[in-house]
Structures are given as C-alpha cells and as structure tokens.
Design a protein around this ligand. Structure first.
Ligand code: AMP
Length: 193
C-alpha cells in the first residue's frame, strides 16, 4: 500500500503516519525527519537543508526530490510506504508521479488531515515545550503555516481530481484520529486496512 499523508504542520500526520505504517507493515518515510537526521549528523545534505529548516522555508525541490527518489529506491519500500510531508509543491507532485511510474507502481490514497489553524498552532507550541524542535518557535511556526497555505494546501485539488483524496478530521486524541483514519480508508475503498 502506497499512501501519502498531507496536512498543515501540527496536523498530526507524523504521529498518524507512524501508527499507520506499523499497522500496514510498511516504512513510514518523513521527509522532515530525514532532513533533521541529516542536519544532526552534519552530512552534506544536512548542510544544504539546515538554513531552510531553521527558517521554516521549504528545502528547494531539486534537493528534496533527489532525496525522496533515493529513499523510495530502498528495498524496504517494495511492499509500500507511508510518505509523510511529501509532496508539498506542484513540482514535487509531478516528480513523485515520475518516480512511481519508473517503478511501475502508483499511489493508493492521499490522506488529508484537516485541523483548525488555532489548534495546529497550539499543538506546535506544546511540542516546542516538550521536544524543543528548532523550527517550533512562534515566528517560524507562523511562517510554516503561511507557506503551507500558499504552496501545499492548493495541492488537495489535484489529488481530489484524481479520486485519491481521503479527508480525515484531525481534531481530538491520537486514538480517535487513528480510528477515523482506518474508517475513512476502509470507506474510501482505496485501501483495505
Ligand atoms: P516537517 O517535519 O514535515 O514539518 O518538515 C520540517 C521541515 O523540513 C519543513 O519546514 C521544510 O523545511 C523541510 N521539508 C520537509 N518536507 C519537505 C518537502 N516535501 N519539501 C520541502 N521542504 C521540506
């Protein structure tokens, strides 16, 4: 099963992605996690990405696309994947299409987590308190929401048009949302879980 998780920063897609991947027995691939790991390990990719992450800006498509192509070529993705945080731009959608076409595969569904803006900001501020992520400051949180609304929210229309979009109400507890995810996927007929 090949799934994409989309939603605003703080919408819970990372948490739900990890749970879903575990249930499906496929890897959860978070582009944000891969970038953060590279920054921490001071790799060349980390050096290229760090400034963008710290400012809440998107890492340029060429860098992000090449990284995702490499990750999706790893053998553990043969049976599927849960991709969290990619694609985020129009050009990334086209690139992912190409990667999957080259591999002779296709997406099963795109889960879209919708959460009120006030609620995502509240969650991110709470995460900042608990995890201390460098990009969870009030100013960068605001910037990340702006960029999401300008560049990523409009992509919903493309996946809806393709009949892949499965919307999930992302409010509430982790457990309640996980149940909603399973129910929405089952009802969509796109992915048996
Ligand atoms: P996330 O953990 O998904 O919130 O991502 C954290 C940061 O990683 C983002 O604010 C971007 O700087 C970068 N990033 C993650 N995924 C992408 C992507 N698909 N395109 C560009 N930048 C990304």
């Amino acid at each position: 099963m090949r799934l994409i998780l989309m939603g605003a920063p703080g919408s819970g897609k990372g948490t739900q992605g990890a749970l879903l991947a575990q249930r499906l027995g496929v890897p959860a691939i978070s582009t944000g996690d891969i970038f953060r790991a590279n920054v921490a390990a001071r790799t060349r990719l980390g050096g290229q990405a760090q400034g963008y992450l710290d400012g809440g800006e998107y890492v340029p498509d060429e860098i992000t696309n090449a990284m995702v192509r490499g990750r999706l070529a790893e053998p553990d993705t043969a049976g599927g994947f849960v991709l969290d945080g990619y694609p985020r731009t129009v050009s990334q959608i086209a690139y992912l299409d190409e990667v999957l076409r080259d591999a002779g595969t296709a997406l099963d569904a795109v889960l879209w987590f919708s959460v009120e803006q006030d609620e995502v900001v509240r969650r991110l501020l709470e995460r900042a308190r608990v995890e201390g992520r460098a990009d969870d400051t009030a100013e960068v949180i605001r910037r990340r929401q702006e960029i999401f609304l300008a560049q990523t929210a409009p992509l919903m229309g493309e996946y809806r048009y393709r009949g892949l979009l499965v919307k999930v109400d992302g409010a509430g507890t982790v457990g309640a949302i996980a149940q909603r995810v399973a129910g929405a996927l089952a009802r969509s007929g796109r992915a048996p879980v």
